[in-house]
Design a protein around this ligand. Sequence first.
Ligand SMILES: Nc1ncnc2c1ncn2[C@@H]1O[C@H](COP(=O)(O)OP(=O)(O)OP(=O)(O)O)[C@@H](O)[C@H]1O
Ligand SMILES: [Mg+2]
Length: 322
Amino acid sequence: MSLIEINNLKVHYPIRSGFFNRVTDSVKAVDGISFNIEKGQTYGLVGESGSGKSTTGKSVVGLEKVTSGSILYNGVDITSEKNRKKLNYNHDVQMIFQDSLSSLNPRKRIEDIIAEPLRNFEHLSKNEEKMRVLRLLDIVGLSVDALYQYPHQFSGGQRQRIGIARAVATNPKLIVADEPVSALDLSVQAQVLNFMKKIQREFGITYLFISHDLGVVRHMCNNIAIMNKGRLVEVGSRDDIYNHPLHIYTKRLLAAIPQIDVDHREEHREKRLQIEKIYQEQSSKYYDQNGLAYPLVKVSSMHSVALPPQEAKKYSEKEVEV
Ligand SMILES: Nc1ncnc2c1ncn2[C@@H]1O[C@H](COP(=O)(O)OP(=O)(O)OP(=O)(O)O)[C@@H](O)[C@H]1O
Ligand SMILES: [Mg+2]
């Protein structure tokens, strides 16, 4: 059984307008997505701004009201608050938020910020709590002085470490990491990512890792889902996505990874321009008349792609032959 199983998840936000403030339409932030996360692995959820990644992440931790579909945790649907309570789900599943400055209370000292989940879920003595917070600071590489300081006194990278310390305080089984390094310099990014991998090995944590950048996700994730306008356009192993991408949107995201290697910069630029041209010419083929992705079609054991009906037929016929 997978640790997390998401089935046809939809989160629609109502749009109200007019004199009576009636619901006239809805934003389909997440519009029917399904994927599984295996225990101890890192699952990447990647897409451009507004594609519905944070909404998905918040639904998984129980912070977003789900319109329809289910999210199973060890086989139990946690979209129901009753089930979350019964499972002690909010203790086992934590989130690292996208914006470290606004997610850390500016009026609270670091000690209180990191201790908050402990106070909510574990009944520790003052002394035990202090020891736990000190150990967490040590794990994320911050000094004891941090205890009595406030979030604004830290750099972006340090704040992200504080967010991580808070997220791992209760020894969670699953962490939803929403763009944990996007606001950081490249050198600090690598530090935080290595650190996340280290605590994963140490504590056996499972991650849902959200990012807009396929470059960041590359060395973190076992499997990846590419999200576009509330739907998934491609799902596969790391090898499927990086070496055999089939959807034009995935190819475009891959071409957008910044090239650090100076020798190949020009070549990379050429390739990006070429993909952009193909995208402009052919992208309409990959979306239905409402501009939305087609249903996913299985192209190999792990790899599924939202192919247009004509191309999808080739794969379903192949399956019949087998
Ligand atoms: N509370 C809300 N009410 C109405 N619309 C919302 C709400 N939250 C998000 N949306 C809309 O849902 C869509 C998806 O938003 P979401 O924050 O999940 O995107 P994202 O992929 O995380 O983007 P980013 O990379 O910018 O963080 C967007 O169009 C957004 O405007
Ligand atoms: Mg987001």
